[in-house]
Design a protein around this ligand. Structure first.
Ligand SMILES: Cc1ncc(COP(=O)(O)O)c(C=O)c1O
Length: 366
């Protein structure tokens, strides 16, 4: 009898499960996966070596406090390692924040085209996601502040945002923080911070360092190319670090991930190469795709959002099908409330040139 079956907590069955970027293109001779914002340069060779070295010690539990990794991050960014928590990807940390700070009936704010994990972790904690409209595909500080109620406990903001690639200046972030009640945590998800080349941008470190209710999450999945290992970190006030450390799995990050993460964060030259590659090809793609008459939202990250017309045969869905036949896998963004756009990760030179050539053919401009 169904009523006698175990039931998950309210909210769980309201979750639309996260659908990762496609990874196959049946029939295509060569496949270019540009659907998950992975780096085309791969990880640092030193990170790969550190990972492999762990293969001889797989019987050992990792250091549950990830102290060497936290110290390496602390050195790289000038931070107190005691204010850092490592997670199995930043997803892990976002889940932990929701579980630690939301109770049934609470609200957590995110923006219309915000990262899909935010409603998932909010509903999973039994709370209500409050979705706030954006302006020009960019978070709108005033709209966020207007949405705050007595029930608001968390504000999730990806800066830069995925999938739009837009970001807020540090002044805007500070204005948002100033407007929030002291009991609301501002979660700045800076997964793509390493790619940003705007002078008015700051990932959030300065604000976390000087306030009691701001947290910054970072990931090793993007510029460090370690997505498969699941590694992220959070910089937070001491009282939030304390709460998350009580709740997190005691060995939530693996030994090989810790070792690779340390090597990656210390390989500054590799990060610089990845940034340069990205800057060069992000600009090129934005220009070339723009020349085809498609609107591209200006991006500061390692991906770009391409908008398609409504015309039959020219829609994002049509483009996706066409590109897939050529082995070019982009990300559909319908779940992000952008049904007529595709998100493209910056790829290798070969992949980038192939996408532009394929779009030209798709639009009948060849
Ligand atoms: C905005 C944003 N935050 C967090 C993540 C999750 O990263 P991780 O691989 O560290 O869980 C992603 C990954 O796509 C992202 O786009």
């Amino acid at each position: 009898m169904s009523s006698a079956r175990p039931q998950p907590r309210p909210g769980v069955l309201d979750i639309d499960a996260y659908v990762p970027g496609k990874s196959s293109a049946p029939g295509a001779a060569k496949v270019f996966k540009l659907s998950s914002n992975e780096t085309p340069l791969g990880p640092s060779p030193r990170a790969i070596a550190a990972y492999k070295a762990w293969a001889d010690h797989l019987e050992d539990y990792p250091d549950g406090s990830a102290s060497d990794l936290r110290e390496a991050i602390g050195r790289a960014f000038g931070l107190d390692p005691n204010r850092i928590v490592a997670g199995a990807g930043s997803d892990d940390l976002l889940h932990l924040l929701a579980h630690a700070y939301l109770v049934d009936g609470d609200e957590a704010i995110h923006t219309t085209h915000g990262f899909l994990i935010y409603p998932i972790v909010t509903l999973g904690a039994g709370a209500k996601p409050v979705v706030v409209p954006e302006k020009d595909y960019t978070a709108d500080v005033d709209a966020i502040l207007r949405a705050v109620t007595k029930k608001t406990k968390l504000v999730f903001l990806a800066n830069p945002n995925n999938p739009t690639g837009t970001c807020l200046s540090f002044d805007e972030i500070k204005r948002l923080h100033r407007g929030l009640p002291a009991n609301v945590i501002l979660v700045i998800d800076a997964a793509y911070a390493d790619y940003v080349r705007r002078n008015d941008y700051e990932a959030g470190i300065k604000l976390v360092a000087t306030s009691d209710n701001v947290v910054m999450c970072r990931t090793f999945s993007k510029i460090h190319g370690l997505a498969a290992l699941r590694l992220g970190w959070m910089f937070a006030p001491a009282h939030i670090v304390d709460a998350i450390n009580r709740l997190r799995g005691p060995f939530n990050v693996s030994g090989p991930a810790i070792a690779a993460g340390i090597a990656a964060i210390e390989d500054i030259a590799h990060q610089e190469r990845s940034r340069e590659h990205n800057t060069r090809w992000l600009d090129w793609l934005t220009q070339e795709i723009g020349k085809l008459g498609l609107k591209v939202t200006p991006s500061v990250a390692n991906f770009l959002l391409i908008h398609f017309p409504d015309t039959k045969g020219r829609t994002a869905k049509d483009a996706d099908a066409f590109l897939t036949t050529r082995g070019l896998i982009l990300r559909q963004t319908t779940a992000y409330k952008l049904p007529n756009a595709l998100r493209m990760s910056v790829g290798t030179e070969e992949a980038n040139r192939l996408v532009v050539a394929a779009l030209k053919d798709f639009l009948g401009q060849s």
